[in-house]
Design a protein around this ligand. Structure first.
Ligand SMILES: [Cu+2]
Length: 124
């Protein structure tokens, strides 16, 4: 292999790496989009029943009901949503205080309603 052809191979390799990097890095706009967390509510549980957020990180919760109307209520985080079946309820939130918060269903949904809870952990 001549010195020149070695150079060409190296240049082609660099171009390939550059194109792979271009594919791997998302467009600038996508980086501004909040992380989406999908939560499903059904009698008498939320799934997942625990989520972890970072203080100061904006997230979008997308909550669906699989059966009847539920609620999602967390007073310290300012969350008070009605989760009706047949649509996605979206909440955008940016927790400002670290801690462990208990979320409850505050829309009576049947006999096990009082035990319908989830945990939201906000880490530093
Ligand atoms: Cu419920």
């Amino acid at each position: 292999m001549t010195r020149q052809s070695t150079f060409r191979v190296a240049a082609a390799g660099l171009a390939l790496v550059a194109s792979l990097l271009a594919v791997a890095s998302p467009p600038a706009r996508a980086q501004d989009e909040p992380r989406v967390i999908v939560i499903t509510a059904k009698r008498f549980e939320f799934s997942p029943n625990q989520i972890t957020l970072a203080k100061g990180e904006t997230v979008k919760l997308q909550i669906k009901s699989e059966d009847v109307t539920h609620g999602l209520f967390v007073r310290p985080l300012g969350i008070d949503a009605e989760i009706a079946p047949g649509r996605v309820t979206e909440l955008t939130l940016t927790p400002e205080t670290a801690g462990t918060y208990r979320a409850i269903c505050d829309h009576f949904c049947g006999a096990g309603h009082g035990g319908m809870k989830m945990t939201i952990v906000v880490r530093e």
